[in-house]
Design a protein around this ligand. Structure first.
Ligand SMILES: [Zn+2]
Length: 289
């Protein structure tokens, strides 16, 4: 399939999609029973989705925005230390029961930036994050599971979905991976426009996948590489970019040396993955989720 788009020309404006790369998974973990949206809770209804993991598990901003509240009982009285982030388009996210804050009030944060640690403050039976999504205004909570799914994020930790038209760090990782897979020579600009999505469709077609340009649960496992120390190339740049989305602060040099391995092990340890210094499918799934 021929790729459209010439060097130096603007990529065609893609169809708008909510799976635009702006949102990401705020925490690795499992859903505890009774922790879903609108579960009965203390005579009322539970207004978020709980995600459980040991205290200290990193919490990440679900999208770019500004920290507008940070403290104890900043939204309701039962969820301990919490953070509210205001996002574009009248969207808000709330993270409760934190053991530690890793961001200041009024700070601007990128999607995936570490903002705090999962914990046990407030009314809990075990460590977890109480995660709320508000749409339209703060005070209008909606079920976080479909809210995030519509934005390409599986809160249970599955592979993300990224549609043509997306942008951001996850798209940079995709472009690096395509360059490794196909020698595609894509400009790594974080814009999943017609050139990059055309290259993706060609990759999907060559691998027996639906050639729809969506990078989702079928495409990601075929696209990523298992990488360990000593590897070098664009696939390592993809890994370093994905780690940086989670606040690793690496140089994106394509060299999987000791610094990258250390950052990978830190990520695996914090997120309760097997700490083997190997970027395999489970680690990739968490990183690009
Ligand atoms: Zn909760």
């Amino acid at each position: 399939m021929a790729l459209t788009g010439l060097p130096g020309t603007a990529q065609a404006a893609p169809a708008t999609t909510a799976m635009n790369g702006a949102w990401c998974n705020p925490a690795q973990g499992s859903f505890p029973s009774g922790g879903g949206f609108h579960a009965p809770r203390g005579g009322g209804l539970h207004l978020g989705q709980d995600i459980s993991n040991p205290s200290g598990t990193p919490l990440y901003a679900a999208a770019a925005g500004t920290v507008i509240r940070r403290g104890v009982a900043v939204i309701g009285g039962r969820t301990g230390n919490g953070i509210v982030i205001q996002h574009a388009g009248g969207m808000f996210t709330y993270y409760g029961h934190l053991d530690a804050f890793r961001v200041a009030l009024n700070a601007r944060v990128a999607a995936g930036a570490r903002i705090g640690d999962m914990g046990t403050t407030g009314n809990v039976t075990g460590p977890h994050v109480h995660f709320e999504t508000h749409s339209g205004s703060l005070g209008n909570p909606v079920d976080p599971v479909p809210f995030m799914a519509a934005r390409g994020v599986d809160l249970r930790g599955g592979w993300s979905r990224v549609n043509p038209g997306a942008s951001g760090q996850r798209v940079r990782a995709i472009q690096h991976l395509l360059n490794q897979r196909r020698g595609a020579g894509l400009l790594v600009d974080g814009v999943y426009g017609s050139v990059s999505s055309g290259a993706m469709r060609a990759f999907q077609s060559a691998n027996g996948l639906a050639a729809d340009g969506q990078v989702g649960p079928q495409t990601w496992p075929v696209l990523v590489y298992s990488l360990r120390r000593g590897a070098g190339g664009s696939h390592v740049r993809a890994l370093q970019t994905a780690l940086n989305k989670r606040s690793a602060g690496l140089a994106v040099d394509g060299d999987f040396g000791g610094v990258t391995e250390s950052a990978l092990r830190t990520y695996q340890s914090g997120n309760r993955l097997v700490v083997d210094g190997l970027a395999g499918p489970v680690t990739w799934r968490a990183l690009v989720g």
